[in-house]
Design a binder for this molecule. Structure first.
Ligand code: SF4
Length: 378
């Protein structure tokens, strides 16, 4: 089962790193969590019931909790706790803090969390530094509250925080900061609901999500009013091997193509960019594949976001416990340090490496995807 295989055990899936992942049409099975926990508070919401019904239909083991807190998830063995958590879905009510949206530059004006956690196993997972406790996927039953919170944040101070490349995008809400909403959509339906909700808002308001999954079928027929931008998160072919359980590179790009054909705005999130051996050739292959797959969609509105790899002491510690054998480079000595906006240290690439990589993309993108608009490099 794709969903129970830890990432490092299929790192040899692709054989030759140069060719095979390029043809990687791998389409992961829809995630079937081993265990679904549901809190009493979640069942006070219709959407909580709807998600429970979806889990029951998939024949998951359902555990109806007596209390609203998730307890007993950690254990002595972090790797075991990780595997168990990654096989668990919890239907809960989002805490009130989630209803006060946070600005999330440069990717969007506001962070909109429909869920937290995801079924993939990326060895560089962005969540590693920010989750408290094992990475159980939590899905939020109080979706109507979350969506009306979004509506209250439209244009509230957004214009000043908006980075130059994104200004024409309107007020943007990012649904992928803490989850991969498409990877769990068959269990939640939350993304479809959100797309429908945003469709009725002003044209200058945009829902954004990024994904490493490809099951876009249920989204294609929705009335989205072009107010949603779907991006696929992609990387150099050899780095996609670090993304256990996710769809293959080509499958992701084809999903974006189908979305564009259904009239959605689309994009590429190229992340996390790493100067691995032969990186120019690697990223050139990626851009060629993107250009072949997406270049010919008539009238496609395609944006590009470029995000280099970074880590913190905290995320490194968590990732090392989750993926003890990972080949991911996290060497403080070769990196430059930067302060995060919360005052902690993050490790980024040295300025000359950053400049080289930025120069590469700024030169190659206009050749391979001339219609695409680069939103930011970070
Ligand atoms: Fe983490 Fe995102 Fe990968 Fe899920 S898709 S494991 S949230 S990096």
């Amino acid at each position: 089962d794709m969903d129970v295989v830890p990432a490092d055990s299929h790192s040899n899936r692709s054989g030759s790193p140069d060719v095979k992942p390029l043809l990687d049409r791998h389409r992961p099975k829809l995630w079937k969590p081993k265990r679904v926990l549901v809190t009493p508070a979640a069942l006070e919401w219709e959407h909580g019931h709807a998600m429970l019904t979806r889990a029951e239909a998939l024949d998951c083991e359902i555990v109806r909790l007596k209390a609203n807190r998730l307890a007993g998830l950690a254990g002595d063995d972090p790797r075991r706790a990780y595997v168990d958590a990654k096989n668990t879905l919890a239907i809960v009510v989002a805490p009130p803090t989630k209803l006060r949206l946070q600005p999330i530059p440069p990717s969007a004006d506001w962070r909109l969390d429909l869920a937290e956690g995801c079924p993939a196993h990326c060895q560089y997972c962005y969540l590693a530094g920010s989750l408290a406790g094992p990475p159980v996927t939590r899905v939020y039953a109080n979706l109507p509250e979350i969506l009306s919170a979004a509506e209250r944040h439209i244009d509230r101070g957004a214009v000043t925080s908006r980075s130059a490349g994104r200004r024409h995008e309107g007020t943007t809400f990012e649904a992928s900061c803490y989850t991969d909403p498409l990877g769990i959509e068959h269990l939640t339906g939350s993304l479809g609901e959100a797309i429908g909700f945003f469709a009725q808002l002003d044209a200058a308001v945009q829902l954004r999500f990024t994904t490493k999954f490809d099951a876009v079928g249920p989204l294609l027929k929705l009335d989205h009013n072009k107010n949603t931008r779907m991006r696929v998160s992609v990387n150099a072919p050899s780095l996609v091997r670090l993304e256990g359980g996710a769809a293959g590179l080509l499958a992701r790009l084809q999903a974006a193509r189908r979305m564009a054909e259904a009239g959605y705005r689309i994009g590429l999130t190229i992340a996390p960019i790493m100067p691995v051996q032969g990186w120019q050739e690697e990223y050139r292959s990626l851009l060629n594949l993107a250009s072949e797959t997406l270049g010919s969609v008539p009238g496609a509105d395609l944006t590009i976001e470029l995000i280099t790899h970074r880590f913190t002491a905290g995320s490194k510690e968590v990732l090392t416990s989750w993926y003890p054998g990972s080949s991911l480079e996290m060497d403080e000595d070769t990196r430059a340090q930067k302060r995060t906006k919360f005052g902690s240290l993050k490790y980024v690439y040295q300025p000359e490496v950053m400049e080289q990589m930025r120069g590469f993309f700024m030169a190659e993108l206009p050749i391979r995807l001339p219609e695409a608009q680069v939103l930011y490099w970070t």
